[in-house]
Design a protein around this ligand. Structure first.
Ligand code: NAD
Ligand code: ZN
Length: 358
């Protein structure tokens, strides 16, 4: 498989690097439009000590983003239209938060320069023009959104990313101090998203030495975080932040698989958040991911996580069918997991059975 992907242009790493954000952004204020928009996870609203560290200058905008729902095309279009009308084109955007807020920053950067609704661009290489400068500051680690070439959006028809070279952030700031406050369950779900990225990346036909090198290192760091260290060991947040970065690179050069296809169904139809949806799906995939699922269950137990069980008993046949329809359309994931002749081993009935096991 040939891939020629773009990477993040600049990466700042280290404890305290968040306090360098003003300096990092300064060169990007020189273009005609001077203002920057900071999209910040609503979790930080009211946290004065944190807000004081955001390098706002006169004219800049600070927009808190609620991530109760994953980012939608409607949210992106609405914010883009609002800012263009009220303040004109900004010089750049900065996303401070988890995968959801990073995706907001990535998507809106593109939608400031590409006309019409973001629903027109959900898919591969549909974006027509480069976006404006975009910087990401993760405050929770695992999705790999900080390095990936996609900004995942839920639209009226599908949950699918705006995926192209221009989606990749120009700058990221990885400060392990920022993830210390993530609640345990969420830390686990998003961390397991990374674990699953690495497993799926290496267990399909698109795997290669390049993707596996990142994935194996990321998996090793993930195992240390979840099987060996206490969460309050300072090494833990540092490892998790770098593991997420490497897991993201691993799947960029390979592909996700069965778990993500099912998880997209859970998120699109039942609005279950990505990390949790992945955990619910991965838990029933022994027939595909064997020992990795056993290891996952060991980690679940070690951290006293209670995954929702017997969910399917509460789902109607129509709900399950709707999730199957979302999943089966993700052909690139099935092709990776089962090969070019995936339709010979996979049909709606098999997908339905996985949902029924959840
Ligand atoms: P998230 O951004 O949805 O945040 C999860 C929760 O953690 C929220 O309640 C948030 O307020 C809270 N939180 C964030 N930082 C915190 C902190 N420092 N302290 C306390 N609470 C904090 O979570 P996520 O798992 O990082 O992201 C999921 C999203 O990422 C989904 O929308 C998914 O579709 C997307 N995603 C994108 C990619 C990609 O490549 N672009 C990959 C995987 C997932
Ligand atoms: Zn994921």
């Amino acid at each position: 498989m040939f891939r020629n992907f773009k990477s993040v242009e600049k990466t700042a790493y280290g404890r305290g690097s968040f306090d360098k954000l003003g300096e990092i952004l300064e060169p990007h204020r020189q273009s005609g439009a001077q203002y920057l928009i900071f999209f910040v996870d609503e979790y930080f609203k009211g946290n004065e000590a944190f807000t004081a560290r955001i390098p706002l200058q006169p004219g800049d905008a600070l927009e808190y983003i609620s991530v109760a729902e994953e980012p939608t095309t409607e949210l992106i279009d609405g914010l883009r239209d609002k800012y263009l009308e009220e303040k004109g084109l900004p010089a750049g955007v900065v996303g401070i938060g988890g995968g959801s807020v990073l995706d907001v920053a990535k998507a809106i950067s593109l939608m400031f320069t590409n006309e019409g609704s973001s629903t027109l661009y959900q898919g591969l290489n549909l974006i027509k023009k480069p976006g404006i400068f975009a910087c990401g500051v993760p405050t929770i680690s695992g999705t790999g959104a900080e390095v990936s070439m996609t900004a995942v959006l839920t639209g009226p028809e599908k949950k699918l990313g705006l995926k192209c070279d221009w989606t990749v952030l120009n700058q990221i700031v990885l400060d392990p101090d920022l993830i210390a406050t993530v609640p345990n369950n969420q830390w686990f779900y998003t961390g397991m998203d990374n674990y699953i990225h690495c497993v799926e990346s290496k267990t399909g036909q698109y795997k290669n030495t390049f993707s596996e090198a990142f994935g194996d290192k990321s998996l090793e760091m993930c195992r240390r975080v979840f099987l060996e260290l206490d969460r309050n060991n300072p090494e833990s947040d540092e490892l998790m932040m770098v593991a997420s970065y490497m897991g993201g690179l691993s799947l960029t050069y390979s592909e996700v698989g069965v778990c993500h296809a099912l998880s997209y169904g859970l998120s699109k139809i039942l609005h279950i958040h990505h990390g949790l949806a992945n955990c619910i799906a991965f838990n029933v995939l022994e027939d595909v991911y064997g020992d990795y699922v056993q290891e996952f269950k060991t980690i679940v137990k070690k951290h006293g996580i209670e995954l929702p069980a017997n969910q399917s008993a509460t789902w109607s046949e129509d709900t399950i069918d709707a999730m199957v329809e979302v999943a089966i359309k993700l052909e690139h994931m099935w092709r990776h997991a089962f090969g070019d002749n995936w339709q010979e081993v996979l049909d709606r009935e098999r997908i339905k059975n996985w949902f029924k096991r959840m």
